[in-house]
Ligand binder design. Structure first.
Ligand code: ATP
Ligand code: MG
Length: 461
């Protein structure tokens, strides 16, 4: 059957003969099989790699199947588990199903029944993966916004957006390259009372100083060589609407002074002109630079920085909101596949797993490019790991390095804060679950969150 070979199974039993039997039968059916001899080993393997299905004996030395099952479901809620039990312990089997096992097999295992159960489980596993993305997509339609995401970080952006968009306040959008700064600027305009007015964009990095000046403020005929006619600048063209200054940190100090004046007086002159022009624009600016650092180095005017920094919004890097990856990947897939007239249904679970684990230094833009390449490469109707660039295949982010990145050289209270906030993200904002995972009381968690400035109201949405 198509795709069968790619399904991954982990067989866990403390009896070697039983492990070997199942491994032989299931490999014979074309599945990729790994084995483990204890609950501890099972958990470790599930943490390390992706499996569609775990088949596990309930009665093992050490941790025991029930406890292992519970922990496996914590590590990977989407994983399917079939348990193996002696006929005498059906009660425990029922208990296991309450803890998230899908079904059970009784010993001695009927091999035909095993094959059928496994095949059914794989169908279910594929179906569930598809459903998850669908459900999440529907949750995420925010009025007039093309921003896709369901993570806590994106919800916070939506909250701020809802508050800020209706005002005329200047917005400063910060964030790494490819995080969606421009998309947010679009959303601010589209959700503002100025939405029917012009939305004008200027990339301050794209032009040398003198051309940028004329681009922004316009020029009079003959003001410089090539100025054959009077031309209006973007500040005038954006009158009644929104002006988006992208890469604002690249502006020269001279132009920064002129920009400051427009912000303060809402008036300016064309290059080579004397007439003072008025304009009514709402400013949105963006940069991937650290503006405070630019100020400290004397490359950005401090007074302008304060003028722009009225409402700063920081777009989080993709690696800090991995929950959004499946959603974004499916979104780009649909878009790009139809643009290329290719019929592609989705990603194999394994390919998706790779996407979720990758580093994404180029953030959403890089993800978009990877999906585009995969759509072009894909031979079947599903995107497989082979269709992804080799650096993704070779280097799913090593857990150890991520941990180092997370803790090295930081104060303990910083580490604690990070642990709390990332766990809160992981549980989708569920405080009870977060406290449980961190091994602290709910009260301690509440107390800490309050310390970090989280209001009571914002809990478990
Ligand atoms: N949350 C999102 N949902 C859907 N698409 C997104 C999202 N974030 C970014 N994108 C897409 O990713 C690409 C990059 O986004 P955008 O241009 O807004 O990033 P940027 O922060 O302005 O990057 P740069 O600093 O490099 O200019 C665009 O094609 C955009 O449509
Ligand atoms: Mg941009």
């Amino acid at each position: 059957m198509e795709g069968k070979k790619k399904h991954k199974i982990l067989v866990v039993d403390d009896e070697a003969s039983q492990r070997e039997l199942l491994e032989m039968v299931l490999s014979g059916e074309g599945y990729q099989v790994q084995t483990g001899s204890s609950g501890e080993e099972a958990i470790q393997k599930v943490e390390e790699g992706f499996f569609n299905l775990v088949i596990m004996d309930l009665k093992m030395g050490g941790m025991g199947g029930l406890e292992a099952l519970r922990r496996i479901k914590e590590v990977s809620p989407a994983i399917q588990v079939l348990i193996v039990t002696a006929y005498a312990s059906i009660d425990t089997a029922v208990q296991a199903m309450r803890s998230g096992a899908l079904n059970y097999l009784t010993k001695p295992i009927d091999l035909e029944e095993l094959k059928i159960q496994v095949e059914k489980t794989m169908e279910l596993s594929d179906l569930l993966a598809e459903n998850e993305t669908l459900k999440a997509q529907v949750e995420n339609i925010f009025q007039n916004s093309k921003i896709i995401g369901k993570s806590r970080r994106i919800h916070e952006i939506f909250d701020t957006l809802a508050m800020v968009a209706p005002t005329d306040a200047t917005v400063l959008i910060l964030g790494e390259s490819g995080t969606g700064k421009e998309l947010l600027a679009d959303a601010i305009h589209a959700n503002s009372p100025r939405r029917n007015g012009p939305f004008v964009k200027v990339n301050c990095a794209a032009l040398p100083e003198n051309l940028l000046e004329s681009e922004l403020f316009g020029h009079e005929k003959g003001s410089f060589t090539g100025a054959v006619a009077r031309r209006e600048g973007r500040f005038k063209l954006a009158d009644g609407g929104t002006l988006f200054l992208d890469e604002v940190a690249e502006m020269s100090l001279l132009l920064q002074a002129k920009l400051l004046r427009v912000i303060q007086s809402r008036s300016f002159e064309r290059v080579g002109g004397t007439q003072t022009l008025k304009t009514d624009v709402r400013l949105v600016v963006a940069t991937n630079k650290d503006l405070e650092e630019e100020v400290a180095r004397g490359r950005f005017r401090e007074d302008l920085y304060y003028r722009l920094n009225v409402i700063p919004i920081r777009m989080p890097p993709l690696r800090e909101r991995r929950e959004d990856i499946p959603l974004l990947a499916e979104h780009f897939l649909t878009l790009i596949a139809s643009r290329n007239n290719k019929m592609i249904r989705g990603f194999t679970s394994e390919a998706m797993d790779l996407l979720i684990r990758s580093r994404w230094r180029g953030n959403v833009r890089e993800l978009e490019n990877v999906v585009e390449r995969a759509v072009i490469m894909a031979k079947g109707d599903l995107i497989r790991p082979e269709d992804l660039p080799s650096q993704l295949l070779a280097a799913p982010e090593p857990e150890e390095e991520r941990e180092k990145e997370m803790v090295a050289g930081q104060t303990l209270s910083e580490v604690e804060r990070k642990a709390i906030l990332t766990t809160l993200d992981l549980t989708g904002g569920n405080r009870t679950e977060t406290a449980r995972m961190l091994g602290i009381s709910r009260r301690t968690l509440q107390y800490k969150l309050k310390e970090y400035g989280f209001s009571e109201k914002k809990k478990e949405q």
